[in-house]
Write a protein that binds this ligand. Structure first.
Ligand code: KG4
Ligand code: ZN
Length: 326
């Protein structure tokens, strides 16, 4: 079974062909980072126009690279949300047009669920029940996954998402956009013990909060002269990782899960990956960094399990910019 995946929820235009929900035949990503970098963040109007220009060529390239004809496909999976409405609309309408013309089923996919399914694209498939930590530019969600499509939400961020905090702190430190990779790079030469930054534990809850940490960095930068950005970046990164790992491991122990699955752009962070693996008593599954950040293979993979369960979408499928998971 072969599925074409299409992802245009934010600033990456992505298309992929995945076989049997596991084998990536092609996985192409056209990033708009350079275009948005000059504004210091994503400009929604620019993003949707860019998707319009790029989506069809990227889809054609993904099909060619996978040596797949339209008649070889069994379905089309497309991200319907959460994300930028104008960007999502481009992907959903192109997916509908192709599916209708080719007589294929269409599967509307939750982007966050896609991030979880990156864990099915490599190595041994995960074991249920598992704890999923999805940390991206817009979300920090902790969930118990009991089976395919079966989620119990445990906690989410009460303010900034983890990736958003990385992006904002990078801006404060003048490190550029996107902030996550810039902070990770800067932190390599920094001393994380130099500045003790606050951690919001929110005891008794699986929720997260990162805006206090961001404000603490802002205050530090305003109050102290001659700060080395590397030291602040290292201290900030350590504070975020400490909270994410401690809360995830605690939930895992409490709920008797068998594994921890990571997903989302922040899961590309090496300190997070390493610290989670060190502190977790259970196996931790972490997709390769290229499968943590936005891609369409994860959307096609999630679509495969949907199709297996005969859960296809109707033709009135619409975008859902504020879609939640469970
Ligand atoms: O999942 P993603 O590619 O897009 C969204 O769904 O939002 O995540 C993007 C977020 C950005 O905030 C970016 O700064 C962050 O992931 N990110 C990282 C790293 N790579 C990307 N954060 C920390 N360390 C990284 N290496
Ligand atoms: Zn994402």
């Amino acid at each position: 079974m072969k599925l074409l995946g299409i992802e245009t929820s934010c600033d990456e235009t992505a298309a992929a062909v995945v076989q049997e929900g596991r084998e990536i035949l092609s996985n192409l990503i056209a990033s708009q980072v350079d275009i948005h970098a000059r504004y210091g963040g994503i400009v929604p109007e620019v993003a949707s126009r860019q998707h319009l220009i790029t989506a069809i060529p990227i889809i054609e390239q993904a099909m060619a690279q996978a040596q797949t004809r339209w008649s070889d496909l069994d379905g089309i999976a497309v991200t319907v949300g959460p994300g930028l409405a104008g960007s999502l609309l481009v992907g959903v309408n192109i997916a509908k047009a192709i599916a209708l013309a080719q007589g294929l089923p269409i599967l509307g996919i939750n982007h966050l669920e896609g991030h979880i399914y990156s864990n099915w694209l490599e190595g041994k498939p995960p074991d249920f029940p598992c704890i999923c930590l999805i940390v991206s530019g817009g979300h920090s969600d902790l969930l118990l996954m009991r089976g395919h499509g079966d989620y119990l939400p445990l906690g989410r961020t009460r303010d900034d998402a983890a990736g958003e905090a990385f992006d904002k702190v990078a801006r404060i430190l003048g490190l550029g956009y996107p902030g996550g990779p810039a902070i990770e790079q800067a932190a390599l030469g920094g001393n994380s013990a130099l500045h003790r930054l606050p951690r919001a534990w929110l005891r008794g809850s699986d929720d997260f909060s990162f805006s206090g940490l961001k404000t603490a960095v802002l205050r530090l930068v305003e109050e102290k002269r001659n700060l080395a950005p590397a030291d602040v970046a290292a201290s900030f990164q350590e504070a975020v990782v400490d909270v994410l790992v401690t809360k995830t491991v605690n939930a895992t122990k409490r709920l008797g899960a068998r594994q921890i699955l990571l997903g989302g752009g922040v899961a590309a962070n090496h300190l997070l990956r390493q610290t989670m693996a060190e502190r977790s008593p259970l196996p931790v599954l972490t997709p390769s960094p290229i499968l943590c950040t936005d891609n369409a293979a994860m959307i096609a993979c999630c679509g495969y399990f949907r199709l297996q369960a005969s859960q296809t979408s109707a033709w009135d499928l619409d975008v859902a910019p504020n879609l939640r998971l469970a």
